[in-house]
Design a protein around this ligand. Structure first.
Ligand SMILES: *Cc1c(COP(=O)(O)O)cnc(C)c1O
Length: 385
């Protein structure tokens, strides 16, 4: 069992101030009262420490700042109507974190410690979980090269940290459709590169294109493949899903994982839910769910002839963001009538019902924080004031 040390914040945020923040949380702007940290040196991890949220002291020679060894994760904690605090599929994020670390020549965490660290952060700051539908406590684990040195080589010291931030439904209370610009100059990921892992540098590399799209009035960038600039890949931090209508059949598709696309937990969860029978017998039917390559030419043609009915983006932060317009080489192409379609809306509701504990959880995706703590030998009472 890993050595766990718990130091509760003696000066937590005033409850009235916290309540005011939770009424209108802005993504990534406010943070819980605690963080979890753990350091790696000479081949082994030190204790896992829950401490008050605060600045990290770093040398200007911190290797991550120079050569970019930095990876992260994102998952959410929800409070069910019965008061249980749970994390959504934390082991899936733990596995992806390990894959990211290996790709960047960084150490991996001991078995179960990722889930435990997230449970400590969410459990200590459970009062920071907003309860409105679509709102949650966003949990952000990350790891970076903390050694002070300037040699171009993998670091000999690393820091693992978990912080949390209350979030409302990412795009507000109702579900507005976003507009997306097809990027044909820059690329996000190349074969053999780092596109399939959550590596900090991937995001910086996309910001210039994102800025151009923003200046032209679009919300996001849709990336094409690096080799042919023809195959649709994903957005900056969200996967893309299409809903087609052919010969009276409704087909849900998303591009396959070819090594340049990040395997989103939301993406895989939605693929499973879409293939399950709809618990609502009146829900819109889905005849087939498939991972298949989609070219931008196919998208253009199918938007023109009406067979591409719905397009949406999906990821932990937004859950599902309907795409209402595609701007492609200066041509504005509406998707359907430009508003969220029935499959987009139904899948979003089904996933949110699992996450908020307001619907069935047929795959056992919700992991109660208390269970994770007990299984790791940590008394949940240690998080009580
Ligand atoms: C995080 C991320 C996603 C979505 O992954 P989730 O696990 O669903 O949050 C998709 N694409 C990229 C590039 C990402 O970084």
């Amino acid at each position: 069992m890993h050595d766990v040390r718990i130091q509760l914040n003696p000066h937590p945020t005033d409850p009235l101030e916290r309540a005011a923040i939770l009424e209108r949380p802005v993504f990534g702007e406010s943070f819980g009262d605690h963080m979890v940290t753990m350091s790696w040196r000479d081949g082994s991890w030190g204790p896992l420490e829950l401490v008050p949220f605060g600045p990290l002291a770093l040398s200007p020679a911190t290797l991550a700042l120079h050569y970019g060894q930095s990876v992260f994760e994102a998952l959410k904690a929800y409070r069910a109507p019965d008061g249980t605090t749970s994390l959504f599929r934390p082991s899936t994020n733990a596995d992806r974190f390990a894959t990211s670390a290996r790709r960047l020549a960084m150490p991996t965490l001991p078995e179960g410690v990722f889930e435990l660290a997230c449970a400590l952060a969410a459990g200590a700051d459970r009062d920071w979980i907003p309860t409105a539908h679509g709102a949650a406590l966003y949990v952000r684990p990350f790891m970076f090269a903390s050694e002070a040195h300037l040699s171009v080589r993998p670091a000999r010291e690393y820091r693992f940290v978990v912080i949390s931030s209350p979030v409302a439904s990412y795009f507000g209370d109702h579900l507005p459709a976003i507009s997306v610009a097809v990027e044909t100059a820059d690329v996000r990921a190349t074969p053999g590169g780092t596109g399939a892992v959550k590596f900090a540098g991937n995001y910086a590399a996309g910001f210039a294109a994102h800025g151009r799209a923003g200046a032209a009035g679009q919300d996001q960038v849709l990336w094409l493949d690096a080799t042919e600039r023809r195959w649709v890949e994903e957005l900056n931090a969200m996967n893309v899903v299409f809903v087609w209508h052919h010969d009276g059949r409704t087909v849900v598709s998303t591009p396959p994982l070819t090594g340049t696309i990040l395997e989103g937990v939301t993406r895989s969860s939605l693929l499973e839910l879409a293939a399950d029978p709809d618990p609502d017998p009146a829900g819109p039917g889905i005849d087939e769910v498939v991972e298949r390559p989609t070219s931008i030419d196919q998208v253009r043609a199918a938007l023109a002839d009406g067979s591409l009915r719905e397009v949406f983006a999906c990821g932990t932060a937004a859950v599902i963001a309907p795409i209402g317009t595609l701007v492609d080489g200066g041509v504005v192409r509406p998707v359907g009538d430009g508003r969220p379609g029935p499959i987009t809306t139904a899948l979003r509701r089904r996933l949110l019902d699992v996450q908020h504990g307001t619907g069935p959880d047929p795959h056992g995706w919700m992991r109660p924080v208390e269970r994770i703590l007990i299984d790791a030998g940590v008394d949940p009472g240690a998080l009580e004031r």
